[in-house]
Design a protein around this ligand. Structure first.
Ligand SMILES: Cc1ncc(COP(=O)(O)O)c(C=O)c1O
Length: 409
């Protein structure tokens, strides 16, 4: 036995991996030899894919790919450094201006991912920076109040603050509970953080009610719109009332890995704080910027989605029909009819077997079980892809109905 393997054994990874694989929470990472779309080729076999989060599929259009290639020749593949040191490309600036136009906010900053936007925001809003006595800022007393079900990145970012003193959580989507908490925090510098649409349970926040309370108690607000971005807001779409209020938030965060189908994230808000985030977020200055062709292609896809809203309407109609079909075969699904569909399985034990079983039948299906959800509240979390055919959906429903009967969920 060599010394390094002896040392690392103290950490217990070998036993953990063995147990996590047995419990079905860790697997060999699938390796794709095709783009991730309605179908995906893994280890040379084609599957119908329900695990992709890039659900509108525009990133696969031939002219979008051609645009990406052209922009790669124009700007190169990378900025070659972080924003403040190396700078950004016109592509980033255009994307940021586009986001301001869309949201009505003064300024935007892009990040290499939505996760980095979230972590950078919390860091920037609570930073204590001292260059000299003329150039300093101290917000280390900021208090954060998060919806309990906020994304991992937001919880991770507030981890270093004492809970109950500088970090509070309100019950999921519960404005009354938020109000109770804010009432105890008068005179403090408070930032309230919540999501527009939650990817685990598909629920939509009562955005207007939560922002009313923020305004009443003079708290700043940060809405993570990673999942809602570009999908909701139009008058004729579901949740129009909630999303019509989104622009009242002080800051809005968006991810480009969902509706846009690429990678990257951004925050929009008032000019001065967003400008300061270049320095204070840490996740802007200490890491590389978005890749320039990605930034340019994100602008193209955003413009296309704005010019062709029918595409999103067709997608949402497809989801509505899918939900109706699930109910028809006796599934219990999440009651809020967002495009995120959870099919209730319950037992963690059954969930453990379903993932490989679906795969055996040609379907990649995300199974959320404890600790992603509460114990024995396992769900199949489905995001339909715009390019799923009737045959894909029909085949899945038939397989699901069989499993449902056999495994009684
Ligand atoms: C609510 C929410 N915020 C942030 C993120 C992270 O976004 P990205 O994939 O751009 O890092 C996700 C992605 O899962 C998300 O669902």
């Amino acid at each position: 036995m060599d010394i390094s393997s002896c040392d690392i054994s103290k950490w217990g990874f070998a036993e953990f991996v063995q147990n996590a694989v047995r419990e079905g929470v860790l697997c060999d990472i699938p390796v794709a030899s095709s783009p991730s779309s309605a179908t995906i080729c893994l280890h040379q076999k084609e599957f119908v894919n329900f695990a992709g989060i890039n659900f509108l599929g525009l990133q696969q259009d031939a002219d979008v790919l051609a645009h990406f290639t052209r922009e790669a020749y124009t700007y190169g593949l990378v900025t070659g450094g972080s924003r403040l040191t190396q700078g950004i490309c016109q592509a980033h600036r255009q994307l940021e201006e586009e986001l301001c136009r869309l949201t009505g906010k003064e300024r935007a900053i892009t990040f290499a991912s939505g996760l980095l936007a979230n972590i950078g925001f919390i860091h920037a809003m609570s930073s204590n920076f001292y260059l000299n006595r003329h150039c300093q800022i101290d917000n280390s007393d900021t208090v954060f109040v998060l919806d309990r079900d906020c994304h991992w990145s937001l919880w991770k970012a507030v981890e270093r603050f004492p809970y109950g003193k500088q970090v509070f959580s309100f019950q999921h989507n519960n404005p009354h509970h938020l109000k109770e908490i804010l009432a105890t925090l008068a005179e403090k510098k408070v930032v309230v953080v919540f999501e527009s649409l939650y990817s685990a349970d598909g629920t939509v926040a009562p955005i207007g009610d939560l922002l009313d309370i923020c305004e009443q108690y003079q708290a700043l607000s940060y809405v993570d719109d990673a999942n809602g971005f570009l999908i909701y807001g139009a008058q004729h779409r579901p949740f129009a009332t909630e999303f019509a209020q989104l622009s009242r938030a002080t800051f809005i965060m968006m991810s480009f890995s969902k509706s846009v189908g690429l990678e990257g994230g951004a925050i929009v808000g008032p000019a001065d704080p967003i400008h300061a985030f270049e320095l204070l977020s840490g996740t802007s200055i200490f890491t590389a910027a978005m890749q320039p062709p990605t930034a340019s292609t994100a602008s193209l896809i955003i413009q296309r989605l704005c010019e062709h809203p029918q595409l999103i309407d067709d997608y949402l109609a497809k989801v509505a029909q899918f939900r109706a079909q699930l109910i028809e075969i006796g599934c219990t699904i999440n009651p809020v009819p967002s495009y995120i569909t959870s099919i209730f399985v319950g037992s963690d034990e059954k969930a453990k077997y379903l993932r490989p079983l679906f795969r055996e039948y040609g379907y990649i299906v995300p199974v959320f079980q404890y600790p992603a959800v509460k114990q024995n509240q396992a769900v199949l979390r489905i995001i339909l892809n715009y390019h799923h055919t009737e045959a894909h959906i029909h085949g899945f429903l038939k397989t699901l109905a069989n499993f449902k009967e056999k495994y009684e969920f």
